[in-house]
Design a protein around this ligand. Sequence first.
Ligand SMILES: Cc1ncc(COP(=O)(O)O)c(C=O)c1O
Length: 401
Amino acid sequence: MISHDEVRDWDATDPLAPFRDRFALPEGLIYLDGNSLGALPRQTAARLKRVVEQEWGESLIRSWNDADWVDAPRRVGAKIARMIGAHEDEVVVADSTSVCLFKLLMAAAVTREGAILAEDDNFPTDAHVAGRAAELLDREYRPVPRARIAEALTEDVAAAVLTHVDYRTARRHDMAALNAKGVPIVWDLSHSVGAVPLDLKRDGAILAVGCGYKFLNGGPGAPAFLYVARDWQPRLDSPIAGWWGHKAPFDFSCSFEPAADIGRFLSGTPAMLGLLALESGVDLMLEADAALRWEKAVRLHDLFAARMAELCPTLERVTPDEAQERGSHIAFRHPNALAIVRALIERNVIGDFRTPDIARFGLTPLTLRFEDVWNATQIISEVIASEAWREARFQSGGPVT
Ligand SMILES: Cc1ncc(COP(=O)(O)O)c(C=O)c1O
């Protein structure tokens, strides 16, 4: 078994350790929820202050040109492209993940006859969007268990929505194998981007969306991004035509002609504060070597798993053993997972709960020390062994879990 001293040595020699100070993390807190809301990069606070006070406060509308706000959706998209193995002109930042998903799914589904395929136990928004798209297009809505997706990608499917890394179990789809089936797939990369190695071009992906506020540290409700492979861009039309998707918005023409590039998937004026906060988070992520990030994420998981197996052998881990089959969080099943998570939060260990019985802990290599995992697992095991979670105050709480 790994010793506490060994774990301290890992931190002392960790090449990513200096990144922790680049985030504004409260002293004494073990933050294991960067897969849900990424921590605040210090540079984002400074950037937003400048944007609010100078770019907005002093330059006002001139900033659309002078501070290049106008190009921010494509510029930040190009930076995210570097993280996901896409060309820089294949990604744009817009809207929320749900809206981006709707746009790409509708755009893809109208190009073929057939059903709309989705996972039957995915994050709800993916199911809602897929179901509504099927309704609007008068197609069959076909939800399928995640384990049976490969065989369900048949010729009579117009388009599918798949989440690359499952939000509960962290189980990762084999993107290349599923794309090879030839059905247009909109990949939801919400739990993948900034978390696991991604190479969309290599893996034959044509469409994808992802979240800005999780592993990209873009801030609460940060805008999302969407990816459309170059050769698909001229073939697809957004179902939400808006002036920002027009080829020349400032011509003010009421006849819609979509932009020739990825900008055709924009709709309305982008929320600039959120977009620039996201840019700052992405800039910070890009400073860290992606291979090192993933290597550390794997070690954080394996340390967490080994400690829990030793300290709490009855607790069922649901994340896969093999690193290449999972994302960057670890999750356990317990009938009282919600009360356990609440009891942990009171002890300054922040994870989250996903219904019906999952306690989930995000493993973010830029903010976490190996010793944080050592300490968190100790505290989790104490809460479970003492059954402290049974206390009345942990049986209810706020609506966000
Ligand atoms: C797989 C997945 N898709 C989408 C979302 C969120 O979508 P939105 O950004 O539209 O709220 C989440 C949020 O946790 C998610 O886990």
